[in-house]
Design a protein around this ligand. Sequence first.
Ligand SMILES: Cc1cc2nc3c(=O)[nH]c(=O)nc-3n(C[C@H](O)[C@H](O)[C@H](O)COP(=O)(O)OP(=O)(O)OC[C@H]3O[C@@H](n4cnc5c(N)ncnc54)[C@H](O)[C@@H]3O)c2cc1C
Length: 393
Amino acid sequence: MEMTREEFIKMCGIMGLSLPLQASFSTDGKSKPNNNFRTDFSGKVIIIGAGAGGLATAYFLGQYGIDFEILEASETYGGRMKTVNDFADFPIPLGAEWLHTNPKVFKKIVNNSSVPVDVETVGYDRTKDTVGVWENGRLEVSKLVDSDRKFVNSGWLDFFEKYIIPSVSDKISYKTIVRSVDYSGDQVILNTSAGDYQADKVVISVPLKVLQDGDIKFQPELPSDKSEAITKAVIWDGFKAFMEFSEKFYHTTTSFVINPETEGQKLYYDASYGQDTEKNILGLFVVGKPAQDYISLSGDALREFMLNELDEIYDSKASSSYLKHIVQNWNEEPFIKAAYLTDHENWRRVRTLGKSVADKVYFAGGPYTDGEDWVAVHAAAQSAKTAADEIVK
Ligand SMILES: Cc1cc2nc3c(=O)[nH]c(=O)nc-3n(C[C@H](O)[C@H](O)[C@H](O)COP(=O)(O)OP(=O)(O)OC[C@H]3O[C@@H](n4cnc5c(N)ncnc54)[C@H](O)[C@@H]3O)c2cc1C
């Protein structure tokens, strides 16, 4: 029988194995960057993609003193940490929003004890926060028990902009779409929309859907176990929306029962939670099958669909207090194409996705982990550390 991430984590607990966070960044979190580190590798590394995985890989390679370059298809860095700052008076995260692990992870990512790391986050309060669960036309309200944390007036992108991007930004080439990776010879040759590039090693940090769709060709083809994992992986569709209301009529979160739960997740939530703001901003997070309801609509029809859905739950209070909204359809992003690898993926398959190939092709990012934890930004950073360590070993 296949084991999911939840089952794997449960098993770790039972067997006393190290959990994802302890397993990651295990040795260097408290030390200065590896000044005394010695490696025989002195070549050049090209990283494909400037999302959390690619940026963190570059940062860790920089700490090791390795020469690197990042090739990014779009006009900007950050990938699924995309944020807008002009919708409200606090940053609105259109992708990654919550911290799904212990805040100690920020120091571990920075990996340099001489840098003071200060990131404010807030957890939910189980004594007063409420969740409404909507099922069969009824809202069941209870206390919210949730260990995730929200950034306070900042976000994952701010964290990267403050601590990671300054040391890698001048090595990013934008509007450079990688189309093929030839690793058949001594050097890896990349063909891109901006010409050919050459390096000793390459780190693939593009969304899994990009590989699944064959947008990057490999010469020779990737090993069969890797190709099979890429083909068989289940990748969820993704959509987010933020709506401003003049009145706060909703619970901390409003969850929808998805049956079976492996098909996705859908949640309205108080996006202003913990922020220094007077504005009532409600977020909508929806991944997997239920995302199709939103992705298939646009403009007024999409707005009406969301308001009708909220009106039904909250006594028509949504339409009467609606001010404005923004949406983010992740399937429409040309170089991202979906939300992310399902939470319910088999961990052995994830481990295969993360494995390097031929001492030349490495993988880092949300789906390319050791199978203990995946998708979240901290997991992408953890996989970046693993890839950088393996490159210099
Ligand atoms: C709706 C949504 C909500 C989420 N919520 C959370 C959350 O609350 N907390 C959390 O921790 N995580 C969350 N995540 C997950 C998290 O955002 C991602 O897993 C993480 O940001 C992925 O980083 P990455 O580097 O692997 O990929 P990406 O951020 O997608 O970066 C990949 C980069 O590769 C580039 N690229 C693609 N193709 C090419 C090519 N051919 N050549 C060159 N460059 C290319 C892309 O333009 C992109 O910049 C969420 C994601 C989504 C979509």
